[in-house]
Design a protein around this ligand. Structure first.
Ligand SMILES: [Zn+2]
Length: 354
């Protein structure tokens, strides 16, 4: 594997602008006006469930309580919401961190994973669920185990050990699902080339004893922590090919991955290591790429960038306060895509011609 290029050019990111549709009152009116129009297709979004059969505890920075057992109730609530909607969803996109790293400590990885999957299965016997891998999947399982298990959602014959692929949403809309940990120190043997290269990159930028500790790092440099990762050169080239193919056929694309790629849609601590290269690539496909949807930053975020790409980072299920939730439904129409959030997630409209 060749070395990954990390370019520091932070001046090219746009200043934050607020979506004109971030206001819930405006969204409420818009959503109601669309409710009677049958979407071409609808699908569900959910992120950072991080279930564990474990007592609640605070996160690493002691700022947010992780309500592990509550998260399973919220998944069930999300499923019931989708089941009761006028227009059924065609699939669910689970954006990673389905169980928490504590499950591994408790030697309960398989049990805890099965508990979450069973909730989906009880509600939807045969609905496709596409799983994106986050850092917590890789705390619990090796990449090899994941590729052979129930969280493998794509045909990885060509891309293995990477886990990325395509979801055809409807004739003119495609999801490209990325593996934002293909280049990382997680889920791989410590003597593997990828581990050695990932640790070399981390050590170059982060001299702390614990490479998950961002102390002393400033600005976007804070992303150089071990719980993040990057896109490999092989995956980068694949993404470029996919985007070229979509553009040539006039197919619109939504990109998804566990780690966000725009500094204005997340805390810099949760950014993809080589976010800038990926962003620059997406910007060369203006008009083709509509959105990038991620999880990982539990506080969520939204930003519409200079090339009209909507960056949506979903709030985490595991850190929901009592009596709230965080999931979304994407409705695809001929002239727009409406992302309708529930609980902590807002509602966003993407104008497009499909
Ligand atoms: Zn994560």
């Amino acid at each position: 594997m060749s070395n990954i290029a990390i370019i520091e050019d932070e001046s090219s990111t746009s200043p934050p602008t607020r979506s004109t549709l971030a206001d819930s009152d405006i969204n409420g009116i818009l959503y109601n006006s669309n409710d009677d129009i049958k979407p071409i297709v609808s699908f569900g979004l959910i992120a950072d469930i991080q279930y564990a059969d474990n007592e609640d505890r605070y996160n690493f920075t002691k700022t947010q309580l992780r309500r592990y057992r509550n998260s399973i109730k919220l998944v069930d609530e999300a499923c019931k919401y989708w089941l009761n909607k006028k227009y059924p969803i065609s699939f669910i996109l689970q954006l990673g961190d389905i169980i928490d790293g504590i499950s591994f400590t408790n030697k309960a990885s398989v049990n805890d994973l099965n508990t979450v999957l069973q909730v989906f299965k009880t509600n939807f016997q045969s609905l496709p669920i596409y799983h994106i891998w986050g850092n917590h999947e890789l705390y619990n399982f090796s990449r090899r185990e994941l590729l052979n298990g129930s969280l493998c959602s794509f045909d990885t014959k060509i891309n293995s050990p990477g886990h990325y692929g395509i979801i055809e949403v409807c004739p003119n809309l495609r999801i490209i699902a990325l593996d934002t940990y293909e280049f990382s120190a997680l889920g791989v043997e410590k003597d593997s080339e990828v581990y050695i290269q990932a640790m070399e990159l981390l050590c170059k930028h982060n001299q702390n004893e614990d490479s998950n500790d961002p102390t002393g790092l400033r600005g976007h440099q804070r992303r150089f922590v071990q719980f993040n990762g990057g896109i490999s050169p092989k995956q980068f080239n694949w993404l470029k090919e996919q985007l070229t193919d979509a553009k040539n056929q006039n197919i619109k694309v939504i990109i998804t991955g566990h780690i966000p790629i725009h500094p204005s849609a997340c805390d810099a601590l949760d950014l993809l290591w080589n976010y800038k290269e990926v962003l620059d690539l997406l910007w060369t496909f203006e008009g083709t790429v509509l959105a990038y949807i991620a999880g990982h930053d539990h506080d969520g975020g939204y930003f519409r960038d200079r090339k009209n790409i909507h960056h949506l980072t979903l709030h985490a299920i595991v850190e929901c306060e009592p009596n709230t939730n965080s999931f979304a439904t994407v409705h695809v129409y001929k002239n727009s895509i409406l992302i309708v959030g529930v609980g902590r997630i807002g509602t966003y409209q993407i104008d497009c011609q499909l």
